[in-house]
Design a protein around this ligand. Sequence first.
Ligand code: HDD
Length: 699
Amino acid sequence: MPDPTARDDAKQRQLDRHRIGPEGANLTTDQGVQVDDTDNSLSVGERGPTLLEDFHFREKITHFDHERIPERVVHARGAGAYGHFQPYDASLAEFTAARFLTDPSVSTPVFVRFSTVAGSRGSADTVRDVRGFATKFYTDQGNFDLVGNNMPVFFIQDGIKFPDFVHAVKPEPDSEIPQAQSAHDTLWDFVRLQPETTHMMMWLMSDRALPRSYAMMQGFGVHTFRLVNAEGRGTFVKFHWKPKLGTHSMDWDETQKVAGKDPDFNRRVLWDSIEAGLYPEWELGVQLVPEEDEHAFDFDLLDPTKIIPEEQVPVRPVGRMVLDRNPDNFFAETEQVAFHTANVVPGIDFTNDPLLQARLFSYLDTQLIRLGGPNFTQLPVNRPVAPVRNHHRDGYHQSDIHTAKSAYHKNALSGGCPAVVSEGAFKHYQERIDGNAIRKRSASFADHYGQATLFWNSMADWEKEHIVAAFRFELGKCTDMGVREGVVANLANVDHGLATQVAEGVGVTPPDPVPGAGHDRSSPALSQANAPRDSIEGRKVAVLVADGVDSGAVAAIGDALVDGGAIPELLAAKDGYVQADDGGRVEVTRALSTMSSVLYDAVVVPGGARNAQALKADGLAVHYVAEAYKHGKPIGLLDAGIELLNRAGITEVRTAESGTLTDRGVVTRRGAGGDFAGALVEALAAHRHWNRDRDAVVA
Ligand code: HDD
C-alpha cells in the first residue's frame, strides 16, 4: 500500500496550496461568475447567428485555442513522478558542502522526469533511443537539477554541434519521416562524418536503448562535475543512479510490437507501479577523482564521450531515491517542469567540459520560449522550497506580489533587504584559467575508438549479437549506400569482427582491418549480463486459462508471484470467468485479445486436460507461447499444458518426464514433484533467456 507519510514533505505542502479539485463546486467563468448552460451558445433565436457578447463562449473557446505550448525541442515525450532522496551517512561531507548529500537526517523531495529524446510528445515509449533521467532536488539550499541520461556518454564533445546532431536525428525535413527513429540516412550520415559519436552509438545500438522499465535502467550525470567542500577544495565527480531492480531490457522485435500494442508502455508501468505501492528505487553513487589526478587517465575527464571505468574508480554509494507519488496533472507538472544543468547548490560546481558549458546556456534559453517568459520558476512544480528573494520584477505571468518599494541593490529603504550575505551563499569554484581565445579541440579528446572497443569487449555474446543486429537494422534502413559504407569503415576502428558482421548484413564490402585498432581490455560493469538478478518485483506474468483449468495450480502460482512483487494476470478467450476443473469459478483479469505476450515478462499455462485442449485450439493463445519464446521470456507449463510447446513449434526444449525441469528458461512439471513455482520465480528473476534458437519459432 502507498505510504501516506512519504508524501508529507515540504514540496507536497507547497503544492497543496495550488491543488484545486472540483468537489462541491459550481461551474464558473474565469472571473468566478456562475454559468447555467455550457452546452448552448447564445444565439439570435433558436436557429440564428451566435452573438459576440456571449462572454462564456468566447472565453471557453479562446482558452482552448491557447491550450498548447511548444513541445521540448528534444526529450518531448516524458513521464514524471515525485519522491524523495536521503543520504546514507555524512561521509561525503569531506568532499561537498551540499547538505542534501551529507546530512542523513534530511530527506529531500524530488521530481523526476524520464523521457525519450528524438520523438514528439505523442510518440511511442519503446523506440530505440537514449532515455532522459532528469531529477530536480528541492533542497533547503535551493534547487539542484541532475539532468542526466540512461547512458553515461554523449554523441558529441562540444555543445556547438548539438543543433547539427539534433537536426540529423529528428525526422527528415522534407517528409517529416521517420518519427522517433534513428534508422534513417541523416542520422547515420552525421555519425559517419563525426567519429566522436562512435562510443555513444555502441550504447545506442545495445539493449540499453530498450529499457524494460524506467525502474530498470541506470542514470548518469554524464559530465564530470565538481564537488566543493566547506573549505573550498574541489573534487571531480561523476554521478550514477543504480536501480534496485537491476538494469534490464527488452527485445528489439518486442519493443517494435509494443510501440503499437501499447505506445504508453513505459509511462504506464511507472504510473501503475507507483499506484500499486511498488515504488521505483535507485541508489545514488559517485565516482570521485582528486584534482591532482586530473591527468591520470588515458582520456580527458572533460570529454563527455568517455566513462571512467568502474573498475578503475569504484562507484561509492551515497544515498537512496524512491519515487512514491504520481503527479495530479500531467501538463501542470510533467510538461511544465523545467530542468537546467546550471541549477546547482553550494557544494556542487561545474567543469570546463565544453558540452556542459553549452548546456549551461541552452536550458534557460529554451525554457524562456517554451514556458513563455522569465517567471516559469514560479510554476508550482519548479518553485524551490528554499525561500526566493531578489530584485527580479515583472514579466509575463508574474504571480508574486512584491511589496517592497525598492527593487534594487543596494537599498536603504527596505533596510538593505534582501541582503547579500556570505554565509551559506553559493561561491563559484576558483579555478585558475589562463589561455588565448581559440576554436580548437584539445588533443586529449582525440581518441574516439578506445572506449567504444572497451564497451564491445565487455559485452556477453548475446549482447554482441543484439548490437550487430541493431547496426544491421539501422543501416539496412538507410537508402544511401555511401552512408552504410562510411559507418562500416568507421566500425573497423572499433573491432574488425564487428565491422565485418555488420557489413555482411547490409550488403557492403567488409573493410580491411585497421592497423593498430582495438585492444583486449574490458569492463565487466558495462555488461547487463552482470546486473543483479534476484528480484521479480514489477514483472507481469500472463497465465492462460480456459474451462477445465487446474485451479489449485493457478492459485499456487499466483501466490508465489505476488509474494515476490510480480503481477500475475489471468487471460482467457473471453472476459468474465472460466469454469475450473473442480467446478469452481476462476476470475479472468482480461481477454487474451486485449493484450499481447509482448506486454508480459512471462507466460504460464496451467494444467487441466480440457484447459490445454481449448488453448491448443486457440491460435492466439499458442501465439502467446511462441512469441514469449522468441523474446527469450520464461514460460511455465504444467501437465497437459506442456502440449502447447509443440503446437507453438518449440521443439528444442527438454520437458519434465516427472517432477519439475527448467531448460532454456522453460519450466515444466508433470505430476506433483518439484518446486514449480520456485523454478518459475528463478527463471523470471533471470529476466530473459537468450540461449534459444529464437529464429526457428514463427511469431
Ligand atoms: Fe539536453 C532537454 C539530457 C546535452 C539542450 N536534455 C534535456 C532533457 C534531458 C537532457 C534529460 C529533458 C529534461 C526534461 O525532462 O525536461 N542533454 C542531456 C544530456 C546531455 C544533453 C545528458 C549530454 C550529456 N542538451 C545537451 C546539449 C544541449 C542540450 C549539448 C544544448 C547545447 N536539452 C537541451 C535543451 C532541452 C534539453 C534544448 C530541451 C528541453 C529543455 O532543455 O528544457 O535545452
